[in-house]
Design a binder for this molecule. Structure first.
Ligand code: CMX
Length: 135
C-alpha cells in the first residue's frame, strides 16, 4: 500500500545557487548530504507531515541526474512514494503493468528504494521507499 508522498526530487545544476531559492520558498533550512549510492549531493527540506522536497546535484557526469540535466534541464526529476514493504510493492506494481527499473529494493538514503520506469507512468520517474526503521 502507498502511504504518502515521501519526497519530490528536483534536479539542479548548482546547490549553492538553488538552496537559497528553496529556503526562501519553503521557509525552512536545508539539510545537505552526499548520497554516493545515487551519485548525487542532496539538499533535503522537510515541509510537514514528513514529506520532503529534495534538490539533487549530480556528483559526476556518470550520474543519472547529470544525464537528465543535459537532456531536459533543471526541474522535477522524480516523485517518491512511501510503502511499508518495498519488495511486495514492487511485485504488485509489476503485476499492475508498471515497468520496473529495480526488481528488488536496494539501499538508498532513507531506506530501501526501487524505481519504476517513467515510460510506464506517463513520463514520471517513480521511486518507492521503505523508510529505514519504520517496519
Ligand atoms: N523523468 C522522466 N523521464 C525520464 C527521466 C526522469 N527522471 N529520466 C530519463 N527519462 C526519459 C528520457 O527523457 C528518455 O525519454 P525518450 O526515450 O522519450 O527520449 C527515456 O526516459 C530514457 O532515458 P535516457 O536518457 O536514455 O536515460 P536512461 O535510460 O539511461 O535512464 C532511467 C533513465 C530513468 C532508467 C535512469 O535515470 C534510472 O535508472 N533512474 C533511477 C535512479 C535515479 O534516477 N537516481 C537519481 C537520484 C535519485 C535519488 O536521489 O533519490
Amino acid at each position: 500500500m502507498i502511504k504518502k508522498v515521501h519526497h519530490i526530487g528536483i534536479a539542479v545544476n548548482n546547490l549553492n545557487e538553488s538552496v537559497p531559492v528553496f529556503e526562501k520558498l519553503l521557509g525552512v533550512k536545508a539539510h545537505v548530504e552526499g548520497a554516493p549510492c545515487q551519485r548525487v549531493t542532496e539538499a533535503r527540506f522537510e515541509i510537514g507531515g514528513g514529506t520532503e522536497i529534495n534538490l539533487l546535484e549530480p556528483m559526476g557526469a556518470d550520474s543519472a541526474v547529470a544525464k537528465f540535466l543535459e537532456k531536459r534541464g533543471e526541474g522535477i526529476h522524480h516523485i517518491a512514494l512511501e510503502t511499508d514493504d518495498i519488495n511486495g510493492e514492487l511485485k504488485e506494481m509489476e503485476k499492475k503493468g508498471f515497468a520496473l527499473i529495480d526488481k528488488e529494493g536496494r539501499e538508498g538514503v532513507a531506506g530501501q528504494i526501487g524505481f519504476l520506469h517513467p515510460r510506464s507512468a506517463n513520463g514520471v520517474l517513480v521511486e518507492l521507499v521503505e523508510v529505514r526503521g519504520n517496519k
